[in-house]
Design a protein around this ligand. Structure first.
Ligand SMILES: CC(C)(COP(=O)([O-])OP(=O)([O-])OC[C@H]1O[C@@H](n2cnc3c(N)ncnc32)[C@H](O)[C@@H]1OP(=O)([O-])[O-])[C@@H](O)C(=O)NCCC(=O)NCCSC(=O)C[C@@](C)(O)CC(=O)[O-]
Ligand SMILES: NC(=O)C1=CN([C@@H]2O[C@H](COP(=O)(O)OP(=O)(O)OC[C@H]3O[C@@H](n4cnc5c(N)ncnc54)[C@H](OP(=O)(O)O)[C@@H]3O)[C@@H](O)[C@H]2O)C=CC1
Length: 417
């Protein structure tokens, strides 16, 4: 950021100007390098709040790296303990092998549980996992004169020539992103266009937002619809929404395993019948009665811990929690288990994936940066996360079937080992 400094100032002089309000907290980088700016901002906050930080200054993040794209008004960093579960055997199209799973959390018993689930899956010959759809969506809202005009708009947008024209336009904006499709939704005189893109190894929200902005301009110029908002909430980003469960968003991933009865008895202290019953009455019936969009036990736990560890956008736990878990006793008396994640949003480039500690975690999984071909690293990460969600579901349902949930949290979540 140094090249952007308007006028370099000595630290003492700058600190006085920050304290007096002459230089606002958010403009400090204009007068010094990013790391000094972080230090001065923190010291100013300490003085203004009359406290003395003991911890947040202790980190190894280079503000020169992150201040430009990951954070504004930086004053330090918060640490979250990192644990590891595994090995987890994954039989995917992109992830094929045994993996150690990085999990950043403060919830005692969570890593132990996922670790147990990994051991069960690995002893059951692994998790079979496949990706069924991979598109990131952005849905702007347009206002039109009336319903007849809405119909013309929908017909125009779905014309092959229009789509080709928009695809050509996108290729000027991004070398990795590709417009795949557009789905129109009409509500009175409002039309939502849900654009779907292949974003390769990027989770893609910046990419598709920038690309869609260009398409909104094109539509306004060439069709004349009135753009109201670049995001019309039918995307749907970071909110619980049935459209993501039904149409998918990001990666739609399914992972399954078949656990021998003996493994359930030995490792989970339960039986296939008991676990299937708990899954049915809890994850399926209980969720239906509650009006939940997530028919699972704690997919969000695993996705949150992996998202934090691997530099993903933590708010996308919302989409991931749409997961549906099934368990059924097979004709051999074993237990078939699956998780279906309709909307898992992950990437291995961009966002927080380049920060040192987060990149270490991506390296552990062998997915840091661009894949060969592009897109393959993000798909591999998605397969590993879905398999880890399966591990979490198996262990927690096992614990609830065995009546061990409260005991586990009393022992591991309150200081016991
Ligand atoms: C806690 C366990 C795993 C004990 O499970 P256990 O079977 O009694 O323990 P064990 O000592 O026999 O160990 C079995 C395996 O568990 C793992 N394990 C065991 N201990 C550790 C440890 N310290 N560190 C790492 N791994 C551990 C490890 O894999 C071990 O195998 P080994 O290595 O011995 O061959 C089990 O009772 C369990 O999984 N309980 C469920 C806990 C859980 O899933 N918590 C998640 C959060 S719950 C929540 O937030 C959501 C909720 C509950 O509200 C959602 C809902 O509504 O359902
Ligand atoms: N803008 C918004 O509305 C929202 C933004 N976010 C934030 O967006 C960020 C993530 O956006 P995202 O677009 O994923 O990331 P970035 O914008 O950080 O980076 C993505 C860019 O990386 C380049 N790139 C290099 N190699 C590859 C590759 N192998 N595959 C794909 N792209 C590659 C692409 O450039 P090129 O396009 O030139 O090919 C792509 O546009 C996060 O910080 C998240 O928090 C989250 C929600 C909403």
């Amino acid at each position: 950021m140094e090249q952007e400094n308007e006028t370099r100032m000595e630290e003492d002089e700058l600190f006085e100007k920050i304290k007096s309000g002459e230089v606002s907290l958010r403009k400090i980088e204009k007068y010094t390098d990013a790391n000094t700016a972080v230090k001065l901002r923190r010291q100013a906050v300490e003085e203004m709040s009359d406290i003395s930080f003991k911890n947040i200054q202790n980190h190894n993040i280079d503000a020169e790296e992150v201040a430009r794209k990951n954070i504004e008004n930086m004053i330090g960093a918060v640490q979250i303990p990192l644990g590891v579960a595994g090995p987890l055997k994954v039989n995917g199209e992109y992830a094929d092998g045994d993996y150690h799973i990085p999990l950043a959390t403060t919830e005692g018993a969570l890593v132990a549980s996922i670790n147990r689930g990994c051991s069960v899956i690995t002893r059951s010959d692994g998790a079979n996992v496949r990706i069924f759809q991979d598109v990131m969506t952005r849905a702007p809202a347009f206002k039109v004169e009336n319903v007849a005009r809405a119909q013309e708009f929908v017909e125009w947008i779905k014309k092959p020539d229009t789509i080709k024209h928009m695809q050509d336009k996108i290729s000027d904006i991004t070398s990795h992103g590709e417009l795949v499709d557009v789905d129109p939704y009409v509500l009175g005189n409002t039309v939502y266009l849900r654009f779907s893109y292949d974003t390769k190894d990027a989770m893609g929200m910046n990419m598709v937002t920038i690309a869609t902005n260009t398409l909104v301009d094109l539509i306004e110029d060439e069709f004349g619809a009135d753009p109201i908002s670049l995001s019309g909430n039918m995307c749907t980003d970071k909110k619980p929404a049935a459209i993501n469960s039904i149409q998918g968003r990001g990666k739609t991933v399914v992972a399954e395993t078949e656990i021998p009865k003996k493994v359930i008895e030995d490792r989970l202290k339960s039986t296939p019948e008991e676990m299937a019953e708990v899954n049915y009455r809890k994850n399926l019936l209980g969720s239906a009665r509650a009006g939940s969009l997530g028919y699972n036990a704690h997919a969000a736990n695993v996705i949150a811990a992996m998202n934090i560890a691997c530099g993903q956008d933590t708010a996308h736990v919302v989409e991931g929690s749409n997961t549906i878990t099934t368990m059924e006793v097979t004709k051999y008396g074993d237990l078939y288990c699956s998780v279906t994640l309709p909307s898992l949003l992950v990437g291995t480039v961009g966002g927080g994936t380049g920060i040192g500690t987060q990149k270490d975690c991506l390296d552990l999984l062998g997915v840091a940066g661009s894949g060969h071909p592009p897109g393959s690293n993000a798909k591999k990460l998605a397969e590993i996360i879905a398999s880890s969600v399966l591990a979490g579901e198996i262990s927690l349902i096992g614990a609830q079937a065995a009546g061990h949930l409260a005991r586990a949290h009393a022992e591991l979540g309150r200081g016991g080992f």
